[in-house]
Design a protein around this ligand. Sequence first.
Ligand code: AMP
Length: 354
Amino acid sequence: MSMSVAPGGTIGILGGGQLGRMLAMAAARLGLRAHIYSDEAGAPAFQVCDAHTHARYDDDAALAKFADACDAITFEFENIPERAVALLARHKPTHPGARALAPTQDRLLEKQLLRSLGLETAPFFDVSDPAEAFAELGGRGILKTRRFGYDGKGQAKVSSAEETRAALQSFKGAPSILEGFVDFAFEASVIGARGADGSFAAYDPPENVHEHHILRRSVVPGRLTPEQSEAAKAIARRVAEALDYVGVFCVELFVLESGALVVNEIAPRVHNSGHWTLDACLVSQFEQHIRAVAGWPLGSPARHSDAVMENLIGDEATDWQALAEKDGALHLYGKREARPGRKMGHITWIKARS
Ligand code: AMP
């Protein structure tokens, strides 16, 4: 049974970055209030919500008080401490739930789950003995920490047993997996959504270009064929059903020259490669997530326009006057300091569907 949150109700969001900010604005469009909880003073999402809590994610009293003030709860980042998720879920409907989050927080469990669903992944080995793991892999690889990696953090390319050992040392021995290097033609992703009633919707999958491990641009339609797009959506549906997922999520894909789709990872949240949905779809990924979490029917993921989304990273948003003159849709995240690699905003160009 699922209860829906009526307009006027409050959606609690853990995390106060740009994703929380865009979720709060989407909630407002539906007449819902957002309460943001973040451990960061002056978090970007605090600027656009009805209420906020500034506290640590292990502050049980603050979490309980926050839960009491909300009607449903969700997250904008995946590395939420398990304890916090369990505590919140005891108070209020919380999505995605602990069962869905666990395998997405650990690269080994995640890959094992994907394989059990019959999906393709890069070859992977648990690295307790780096020399042995490298020998089994037999080629170029990427060492990745099992937990807490993002935007290339906790990752190192390796091409020998010695490099594998050194990389593991640089991770201070953190449990890691060694992945085979995938020689892909290009990268893509699919943003899916599952409602509390089990309904499913997916957006047209964009092609994604990364630079220095950070998303540079998403293009839709990209080079995926219509058949590959449908296959990507089917993969998303499979993952969502296996996790009994409620909300929006992203499946990142490598597209091989052969046409095969290899799953890189699952992000249990709204995703940077779905930002174009704000301007090119009737219902954005942010509104879709709020609808799912609030127990509303999912909206249409139909795309009315073709889109190119470019991230504004580091000092790229400093000259905001020049950006404001472009004929794209400018989104700035309200961050005071432009550190290298920090996502400061994005700009989306749209044109009528081809
Ligand atoms: P991840 O943090 O796992 O999403 O990886 C970030 C980026 O690193 C990906 O989007 C790819 O561009 C690259 N990458 C990650 N894993 C692999 C792999 N096994 N083979 C080739 N490139 C990879």
